[in-house]
Design a binder for this molecule. Structure first.
Ligand code: RM4
Ligand code: MN
Ligand code: MN
Length: 426
């Protein structure tokens, strides 16, 4: 479905005067505090987040899956959905593909479709956590499997993913391993780590020189006794052993409750080892809920570390990749993604507002209360008018979800694709 430019403009006009009032208010407040509001809006405009191809349909749990209707039936339709998100939010211009879920049947057609929508191909994702008809089973692991033939097959799959990505213009490979064991004694903890290291090294060698390897970690699930890469430290260790274009990917849901994720970000940036982010939120683990829906303060603190790390020169901002990695069991996936993009923008904007100079002085003088006030002053502000202004300036909808609903997009998609259409993914 294509949204008409005129309808979007008309919609924006109808909410414009309220927006002007709200923007004028915050503009005034921030300018008095010495902030360059135009520069802030430019930064918000520049910040773009990739959408994973597996997040456009309804997700499920091991108990069930409830379709939303009108889900994209193939890769072209997935791109069309991302095109819609782009038109509405102006916050995304790339897609992250999962292989074998999204192997293009016609590369030229997919490329021209993506090009016409202004979408590029972000990091590619391999899949060695499922069986999909390949010779050897991944039931007991892949890159770290005790059987060499399984490891070889998993390495070959990753190399095939690189080849597919090369044809599409991608510049990265994201590896998430389900490898581990469910019971003590099932696997050799040390050997499985070594095999994983060797396999990753082979994959790294096959990567073009302008690519990066993004290595995820996860403390549990689907294995519950041990996972081979449980934490950022192990991921970092493996990355360092394979080469300097291998870096650690932080997926927000891949931590045990109460982990200080902002500290992990700081530590990784300190070593120039942060590859990128998978945004989501959770209460218990890898819940894959909408980012910022449960712990918005944590998301803000993470952005504070990201901004300070890049402003202080620890790691270049542009070297970090951004992606949403969520699952939508009870929401319309497109609405959920719009909420996520909004929360990411809000958290980023608030973090930009922190008076870092003042906070550093407080830190140096041991002024605990003063330092916390610096953070609260930024976090408690309603920055939505700034985020909206950035979106309007780029030609997006003043209120993406409002316009999406007004245009009955989901109803239209159901009419076109059917109520029972299913998208590939989890
Ligand atoms: C995993 C992990 C990966 C994603 C899969 C679908 O938990 O987060 O990034 O590729 O889910
Ligand atoms: Mn992830
Ligand atoms: Mn995950």
């Amino acid at each position: 479905m294509k949204l008409s430019f005129e309808q979007l403009q008309e919609y924006n006009q109808s909410v414009y005067s309220t927006h002007r009032d709200e923007l004028g208010f915050i503009d005034n407040q921030l300018s008095k505090g010495g902030n360059d509001v135009n520069a802030l809006v430019e930064k918000i405009k520049a910040f773009q987040i990739a959408i994973p191809s597996w997040a456009l349909g309804a997700g499920g749990t091991r108990f069930g899956r409830f379709g939303i209707g009108g889900e994209p039936r193939d890769l072209e339709e997935k791109l069309e959905d991302i095109g819609l998100l782009k038109t509405l939010t102006q916050k995304t211009n790339s897609v992250s593909l999962h292989i074998p879920w999204d192997i293009p049947s016609d590369y030229t057609a997919i490329q021209s479709k993506a090009e016409s929508l202004g979408i590029s191909f972000d990091a590619m994702n391999s899949n060695t956590f499922q069986d999909y008809g390949q010779l050897e089973s991944y039931k007991l692991g892949s890159l770290g499997n005790a059987k060499k033939s399984v490891r070889d097959q998993a390495v070959a799959h990753n190399i095939e993913v690189i080849e597919i990505g090369k044809k599409l213009g991608s510049k990265g490979l994201t590896v998430w391993l389900a490898d581990g064991s469910n019971f003590p004694g099932q696997a050799s903890l040390r050997n499985s780590l070594q095999w994983t290291q060797e396999s990753l090294s082979e994959i790294y060698q096959a990567m073009p020189e302008d690519w990066k390897l993004l290595l995820e970690y996860k403390p549990y699930e689907p294995n519950f006794y041990h996972t081979i890469i449980p934490d950022w430290g192990t991921s970092s260790l493996l990355c360092k052993s394979v080469g300097d274009r291998a870096k650690v990917l932080v997926d927000l849901g891949h931590h045990l409750p109460n982990t200080n994720i902002e500290q992990i970000v700081a530590t990784l940036m300190y070593q120039d080892m942060l590859a990128g982010f998978h945004f989501n939120d959770s209460k218990y683990g890898d819940d894959d809920l909408t980012t910022g829906s449960i712990k918005p303060y944590q998301l803000f603190l993470i952005f504070c570390e990201l901004i300070s790390g890049s402003e202080d020169g620890a790691q270049v901002w542009e070297s970090i990749s951004w992606m949403i990695d969520a699952s939508h069991n009870t929401k319309d996936p497109l609405e959920d993604l719009m909420q996520a993009l909004e929360m990411i923008s809000i958290s980023y904007t608030k973090a930009l507002l922190v008076n870092r100079k003042k906070m550093t002085n407080c830190q140096m003088e041991g002024d605990v209360v003063g330092a916390q006030e610096c953070l609260q002053d930024a976090f408690q502000r309603d920055v939505r008018p700034l985020v909206r202004e950035a979106r309007i300036q780029l030609g997006g909808a003043a209120d993406p979800i409002g316009f999406y609903r007004k245009m009955d997009v989901r109803k239209n998609l159901i009419q076109k694709r059917g109520a029972e259409s299913r998208s590939t993914g989890l």
